[in-house]
Design a protein around this ligand. Sequence first.
Ligand code: PGA
Length: 252
Amino acid sequence: MAERPRPLVAGNWKMNGLHASLNEVEKICSLSGALGAEKVQIAICPPATLLLACSKICEGSVVALGGQDCHWEASGAYTGDISAEMLKDAGAAFVILGHSERRAGHHESNETIRAKAAAALRTGLSPIICVGETRSEREEGIASAIVAAQLSGSVPQGCTAEEVVIAYEPVWAIGTGLTPTPDDIAAMHGFIRAWIMKHLLGRGDLARILYGGSVKPGNAAELMKEDNVDGALVGGASLAAGGFMAIAGVYG
Ligand code: PGA
């Protein structure tokens, strides 16, 4: 049987979570032991204010941590920004980049995302680079062209397939309760796999391609079973440990 990448289920907490939410992190750590680290990798991407506290809680567990964005420079006069080096220093192993909420809300271009991804790689963080079309782009039949342009523009040239994670997140599925059909997901993930095999160095078959957008305990098994779906990027349903671990449990 062909070798498959180890699935990754990552929780994107977005701008949610206060000190009291660390309870959920404790629960995720204790529930994760039963799952088997070789079957699935689990990561939580809390707001930066909680990263250091989370890293103390997750120490010794299989749960990895990630940031939700980073600057492309290591340090300097960039008020309000956080560098990849700082995320790493606070205990992160991943960083989400190019999420549609940053592409749209913060006018991030592919070029900016690529510079940030290069900074992540330079620091030893795995970038989770998000791509995905809007509803009107899907209706116009240009979803794959949009995703191809985002991949070509935001994935650093010369990187290997194993060191980046791609998250396919159709904008219209994020936080809406809507999801593409399993066939549409399989088609787009197959398209992304083919792009990776053609354009990146290394083992394209081992690159992880996550699906994100309204993944819930109730639909995770159906969405995750498709070919080339190597895990999930989970927003709302990652805020409560029980729901998040039920999603990861699809791989248990
Ligand atoms: P959602 O968000 O699961 O709440 O739809 C996913 C994401 O934005 O990463």
